[in-house]
Structures are given as structure tokens and as C-alpha cells.
Design a protein around this ligand. Structure first.
Ligand SMILES: Cc1cc2nc3c(=O)[nH]c(=O)nc-3n(C[C@H](O)[C@H](O)[C@H](O)COP(=O)(O)O)c2cc1C
Length: 152
């Protein structure tokens, strides 16, 4: 059985998208580990300029055949927390990744930024999807995200 990791930052909409993707990957016989990336409340002193300490989020990609990353667009870019998470992931080299992004319409360089960090560490972003949650998730958007997951 193939193993997939879904790592996400975000709340309501991102969690919904992550769960839809998890279901579809399970349909494809993946064993899926869904984890939320959460920042630790207490950051070490002198950590300025370094990636934040995480409270949760699997950072070792070694066991996984596929890693799916999800986050909301914040300030026309990818969330800082996702960027920080990606900077401290290990065994990224040679791994297949995919990215899903939630926004209300202005995604700016969010995809480029997160894919750039994955590529810098030797991972390959095989596909991505940007979902606008403006006016909520309708059937069309849900079906697009299902297709995205099924084709991974
Ligand atoms: C502080 C903040 C900044 C945001 N900046 C953007 C933005 O620049 N462009 C955009 O399209 N959406 C922006 N959004 C909207 C979020 O991307 C959207 O609410 C999110 O995808 C919903 O997912 P969530 O329920 O997991 O938070 C912003 C939201 C917040 C809270």
C-alpha cells in the first residue's frame, strides 16, 4: 500500500479540502496521514530569522510516496507557517508533492513561493490547485478538488 502525507495550515475551508483529498486518496488505496501544522506557543529565544518551532506537523517525508500540502493565501502569498514548515522538512529530495491553496481570489505568488521551497529541497511538485472559497465551496469546486486528488 502506498503512503501519503497531507500537511496543512489553516482552518475551516482548508480542513474541508484536506478531508476531501484524504477520502479520494484512500479510494486510490493510499494509507493517508493527515496532519495539521501548528506553531509552538513558546518559541526559543534567539530564534529570530530561523523557522518557527512547531507544535505539530510531520516533517520527515521519508516514509511517504506522496506529500500533499495545503494552506490559505495570506497577504497575496503562501502562509508564513507553511513556508517555515517546508524549510524544516527532511528527506524531501526525490519526493512527489502536490499543493492545494485556498483563497478568496487574489493568490499572488502563493503557489510559486511554496513550490519554490519544495523544489529547492529537491522535491517535485507534480500538480497544484487553487480553490477560491469566495461564496463557499459549491459542487463544482468540490468536484474539481476530487478530480485533482484522484489524478495524483
Ligand atoms: C489575514 C488574512 C489575509 C488574507 N489574505 C488573502 C489574500 O491576500 N488573497 C486572498 O485571495 N485571500 C486572502 N485571505 C483569505 C483566505 O485565503 C481564505 O479565507 C482562506 O483560504 C480560507 O481558509 P481557512 O478557512 O482555512 O482559513 C486572507 C485571509 C486572512 C485571514
Amino acid at each position: 500500500m502506498k503512503k501519503a502525507l497531507i500537511s496543512f495550515v489553516g482552518s475551516a475551508e482548508t480542513i474541508k479540502l484536506a478531508e476531501i483529498i484524504k477520502e479520494q486518496l484512500e479510494e486510490k488505496n493510499y494509507s493517508v496521514n493527515l496532519t495539521e501544522v501548528i506553531k509552538h506557543k513558546k518559541q526559543p529565544k534567539g530564534n529570530k530569522g530561523k523557522p518557527v518551532k512547531l507544535k505539530s506537523g510531520i516533517t520527515d517525508w521519508k516514509p511517504f510516496d506522496l506529500v500533499v500540502l495545503g494552506f490559505p493565501v495570506i497577504g497575496i502569498s503562501s502562509s508564513h507557517l507553511m513556508n517555515d514548515y517546508l524549510r524544516q522538512c527532511q528527506n524531501v529530495s526525490g519526493k512527489q508533492a502536490a499543493i492545494f491553496i485556498g483563497c478568496v481570489g487574489l493568490h499572488g505568488n502563493a503557489l510559486k513561493k511554496a513550490s519554490g521551497i519544495v523544489s529547492f529541497h529537491g522535491g517535485k511538485v507534480k500538480d497544484s490547485i487553487i480553490v477560491s472559497s469566495f461564496l463557499g465551496l459549491n459542487d463544482k469546486k468540490i468536484s474539481q478538488i476530487k478530480d485533482f486528488a484522484l489524478n495524483l
